[in-house]
Write a protein that binds this ligand. Sequence first.
Ligand code: ATP
Ligand code: MG
Ligand code: MG
Length: 590
Amino acid sequence: EATKVSNFLRQIIESDLEKGTYASRRWGGSPGDAAHHAAGQPDPAKIRTRFPPEPNGYLHIGHAKSICLNFGLARDYGGVCHMRFDDTNPEKEDTEYVNSILDAVQWLGFGWDANGTSHLFQASDYFDFMYRAAEYLIEAGHAYVDEQTPEQMRVNRGDFGKPGIDSPYRTRTPTDNLARFRQMRDGLYEDGAMVLRAKIDMASPNINMRDPAIYRIRRATHHNTGDKWCIYPMYTFAHPIEDALEQITHSICTLEFEDQRPFYDWLMERLCEGGLLAAPSPKQYEFARLNLSYVITSKRKLAQLVYDHKVSGWDDPRMPTIVGLRRRGYTPAALQAFAERIGVTKSDSWIDYATLEGCLREDLELKAHRGMAVLNPVKLVLTNWDELMGAGHLEPCTQPALPHPPEGVESPTRHFTIGKEVWIEREDFEEVPPKGYKRLFPGNKVRLKGGYVIECTGCNKDANGVITEVLATMVPDTKSGTPGSDSVKVKAAISWVGAANGVTVEVRMYDRLFLDAHPDAGGKDFLESLNPNSLKVVSAIVEPSLANALPGQNFQFERHGYFVADRVDHVTGSKPVFNLAVGLRDSWGK
Ligand code: ATP
Ligand code: MG
Ligand code: MG
């Protein structure tokens, strides 16, 4: 395994482990909480991270970075990473998304176990505790029910450099606030009629500290708690509590939450003071989100591509979703290597798409079985075959499936045959060769890779001048792997597929989905830079071993690139469909 490059998060964790920051933690919190029971009595000397998606869409490559980061840090430091659904926003969430997220995390190679260390949690299981925490804040004078209209609240919040104005409801007594809050919970008011706000500082230079809303009225059925609640906690209030209940030590999030950190700490301090949570509290750390060139990583915009039918679905192989990348032929090892390579920083930057592709190539170079495929076929006829070999004769040939197998692995053998007719790439024949052309032209010899040396004699054309057949003779005693086979020197070996047992397959040639490297930067309409040629479907002919491909199996089609048998549409043996995952060389700079 590659050595891990240090980063600011690793330094913080190493320092905390050395100082024993969390070793003195008084576990306990509030008895009776689902989280405490589920998590058991955790080892205070261990770090605990979490991956907390909201189940409101499919995960994308940016989430993969966060997954590898959080689960990876826990793994590397002998700690624990919780899988947690941040499901506090009922209108947008769905169990379809819950299941797809669990699938994606497990496919990436991470998970949770039932033996009392790492867990699968959902924030909605803590709604009772969150409600109690809100009542505590009210009783302690740290929260109030505000009945201003949303517009009044917005205006009175003020702006940068201009302090806010206190709400007329800010001075209500805890007793009045508690009564009102309970009425909110009991459904006495319309959605949006009032909110519960933390009472902090309307003049704070940080707008997020100007009495943020912490509970709102929202009559929505929740996919986990059903219609039990008509009030729901705001994300900024819920998230720190979720971290604390799960006894997270390092709560890692993206930079846009930096301004929320003071509220995170404020809330932790208040709830520790009140004895609702144990100290020391989790701490929030921010890192730069992944921006990948030619890619958008906003769930909302990805959803638009799906609903406007710009792609075939969330798992379209052009989508940067984890299901899309998987269907495209990406492997968990490639995505993990990518996350490691890009590292974590505190400042935003763009990662070149070629970096992602490079990680896939490196993984598949050693692992993917080779095969020959002809994507733009023209027939080649060996005019002396019948005379030399006998009419209808098919000569068996073999090649290793893995020319450079990893240590300790023995390469399987591919079997195919050569006969009088084979398919070659149209571009491998030139009637009048350009300067330096080394492949087939009249009078030139090449090797059919893994077969014989042949000499080109000409071609046949139809009435429009289109070449219908390339003609050649085979040179006897040159079969690959036989003694003396290399006595005839050639300058090129071309790929081919025997016409007698080649298999016709559908190949989906994918290209970048956007032509603009930053499709949604600076408020641009990302739909305007959609690449009209991001998918080209061709009918190709492949060697027989590829007919047995299993859905999701990766191959290298020699000279063309890495392909994968489509997870969804490929049927082994009867309806082969392959997707282009990545070419053999970087072509993104062009
Ligand atoms: P989006 O902005 O696409 O809607 P999100 O941030 O709302 O995504 P969440 O489900 O809240 O999605 O994210 C789960 C975790 O993944 C969060 O911790 C978030 O910081 C992280 N994450 C989301 N997008 C990226 C990204 N582009 N790079 C790194 N981490 C990300
Ligand atoms: Mg979110
Ligand atoms: Mg977001």
